[in-house]
Design a protein around this ligand. Structure first.
Ligand code: ZN
Ligand code: ZN
Length: 255
């Protein structure tokens, strides 16, 4: 992924390319299409009774995006191989993020978000064409928007508070989006908890109930597959060895 190892803030691979900008635009256009169709159907409905269900569906999309971000992150962190087709580069990217977490904050926006935006466009666009339910379209729009934003909230969680706009800091403090204090739990030695990266609201439920641990054991018993987190050494902590909210240099990330 990076042009040089260890990566630096000026690494050319952090810059957005035109194709990445187009892919991100496709993602936002898909979200806008779902929202527009939802509003159009609601406006054409005989009454406004559909509006509350659209709002609830929008909230459901926000919570669903956080949950799916955690499930996907858990799968990619623990299973498969960097040489695999399709998922291999993602597995490699997540492993690199554990080694050099600050590199995520150095990427330009389209460089950071284009992959998830393209995935959302690919899967949600056909659903939008088929769907004629205003509430369901509201759910699709919300889920798509927050799924794309999950990598942005993840990046903000690796920034110091002084680097962020006060509104972003207020949203982090309110627990609406992922905070540094919350996300640092994932960047412990084993990277085996706090997988959700939009708001992290599901992390407590999933971790306290040992949901991923139970799934890992079930997969091991049924298929004999061990998750990567079972064999991690306990000495890989990098960025978060510093003070909370303090951004360390690229050099300090290397151990
Ligand atoms: Zn991870
Ligand atoms: Zn992270």
């Amino acid at each position: 992924m990076f042009s040089s190892y260890p990566p630096t803030p000026n690494d050319p691979s952090m810059r957005s390319t035109w194709s990445q900008i187009v892919e991100l635009a496709c993602g936002w256009a898909t979200v806008a299409l779902a929202l527009g169709k939802s509003i159009r159907l609601a406006a054409a409905a005989p009454s406004y009774t559909v509006v509350p269900s659209m709002v609830v569906a929008g909230l459901a999309g926000y919570f669903l995006a956080d949950l799916i971000s955690g499930v996907y992150h858990w799968v990619i962190d623990n299973y498969g191989d960097p040489s695999m087709p399709v998922f291999g580069p993602q597995i490699s990217n997540f492993q690199e993020h554990h080694k050099w977490p600050l590199a995520l904050t150095w990427q330009q926006v389209a460089n950071r978000l284009h992959k998830i935006a393209l995935v959302m466009a690919f899967f949600l666009f056909p659903l939008i064409l088929l769907c004629r339910d205003a509430a369901l379209l509201s759910l699709i729009a919300s889920f798509g928007f927050f799924a794309i934003m999950s990598q942005q909230t993840h990046s903000w969680a690796h920034c110091s508070r002084s680097q962020l706009h006060p509104i972003i800091v207020a949203l982090q403090d309110a627990g609406v989006i992922l905070s540094h204090a919350h996300h640092r739990a994932h960047h412990g030695p084993r990277h085996d908890n706090s997988y959700c990266i939009l708001s992290g609201v599901w992390n407590r439920i999933l971790d306290e109930n040992r949901v991923f641990k139970a799934l890992e054991m079930a997969l091991y018993v049924l298929l004999g597959v061990r998750p990567r987190s079972w064999s991690k050494p306990g000495s890989e902590q990098t960025e978060d060895a510093g003070k909370e909210g303090e951004v360390t240099s690229a050099h300090a990330q290397i151990q």
